[in-house]
Design a protein around this ligand. Structure first.
Ligand code: ZN
Ligand code: ZN
Length: 367
């Protein structure tokens, strides 16, 4: 079967023929891959910035944002059925007995760093025709999400962040209604960046009752999407990040999804009293930048602020992403599919992975 793989020893990205995987345990499941989303992580792996093949293998099949269909079941599989639409999680636990997060199914909080990730670190990914995984790793989607289910994995970033923000906001019980699923009328949020992670995060914030602004370089297509789901657009050319508070009033939550540290720390200076700042981006290491640390530290203390970083996602975040994606589609039926700008066959991988293509989310259509 065909697979898109990076070969670090040759510094190349190739369409390869590899052996199709077989069921390898009584609870394993074989899936036909339907779609794979492409993101900055994939492009960075293809630029050889990171990415590690499985032990003893010269190549790494890439792709971690997937949508697949169950085609074969091990004899003890009980959690999925033939024909189910599924999205596998990405991270697998480390093997260390003392890693309590991994031993309790929360490898997104792994403390050893020896976790593995499909399509990124020591496990092959999903940019191929068939994959096998244990039933525990699979999240079942309703068939109504066939057209947009590939967005589940990128949405889990916002879901994990918001699960933590909800816990943090319990320190302010008077500030908003915090019943599960309750709307948080009193809150103002700013999303930094209008890529897929930013737009999905902004949708999650709007759906949670935040008045939400998306801060980005001007872009007509993205502004139209933002306004179509009820958020506001702020052009970075018009408002410097440090002025966001003056422009919007007290900001309760800043959700960073741009991976640019200088703008992010400038925006942190605009965070309001009792505010939370969430980082989701991973900037490349560039030259040091100047940050007004006195201002940030004064604000953190005198305004009871919290700064939170979040990576990867656990089972709860995947379940929440599946539920929310259905909710988004019901609320904004034309907007959610518009996040997927283009679909390409596997053979056109080089166009998406080795070049910058305008648009929001690009998808490889495998089957
Ligand atoms: Zn991704
Ligand atoms: Zn671990």
């Amino acid at each position: 079967m065909k697979a898109v793989a990076v070969v670090p020893s040759r510094r190349s990205v190739e369409l390869r023929q590899i052996d199709a995987p077989r069921l390898d345990s009584p609870t394993s499941v074989r899936m036909r891959v339907l779609e794979v989303g492409v993101c900055g992580t994939d492009r960075e792996i293809c630029a050889m910035e990171y990415g590690t093949p499985p032990a003893g293998c010269d190549h790494l099949v890439i792709g971690h944002e997937s949508l697949a269909e169950v085609v074969e079941l091990g004899p003890e599989v009980t959690q999925v059925r033939l024909g189910d639409l599924v999205v596998p999680t990405v991270r697998r636990p480390c093997a260390h007995a003392h890693c309590v997060p991994c031993r309790t199914g929360r490898q997104d909080f792994c403390i050893t760093g020896d976790f593995r990730e499909r399509g990124i670190k020591e496990l092959h990914g999903f940019m191929t025709e068939f994959v096998v995984d244990d039933q525990r790793t699979l999240n079942v989607l309703p068939h109504s999400l066939r057209g947009v289910g590939v967005l589940v994995e990128p949405l889990t970033i916002a879901e994990k962040a918001m699960l933590q923000v909800e816990l943090l906001q319990q320190r302010l019980p008077w500030a908003c209604t915090m019943q599960p699923g309750g709307r948080q009328f009193c809150h103002k949020a700013v999303v930094l960046g209008a890529g897929p992670v930013g737009l999905l995060g902004a949708m999650k914030l709007v759906a949670s009752g935040f008045e939400t602004w998306v801060y980005s370089r001007s872009d007509g297509e993205r502004q139209a999407i933002v306004e179509a789901f009820g958020a506001h657009f702020v052009a970075a050319e018009e408002v410097p990040a440090e002025q966001l508070g003056r422009e919007l009033g007290s900001i309760d939550l800043i959700y960073e999804a741009m991976g640019a540290s200088q703008t992010s720390f400038a925006a942190m200076g605009a965070l309001g009293t009792n505010g939370v700042f969430v980082f989701t981006g991973v900037p490349g290491r560039k030259a040091p930048v100047t940050v007004d640390t006195d201002l940030l530290m004064r604000n953190l203390v005198l305004k009871n602020q919290v700064v939170l970083g979040t990576v990867n996602a656990g089972a709860h975040a995947f379940a929440a992403a599946v539920a929310d994606l259905q909710h988004f589609v019901a609320s904004w039926p034309d907007v959610v599919p518009a996040l997927i700008s283009s679909r390409h066959p596997l053979e056109r991988y080089d166009q998406l992975l080795l070049q910058r293509t305008p648009g929001v989310k690009h998808v490889i259509e495998v089957a």
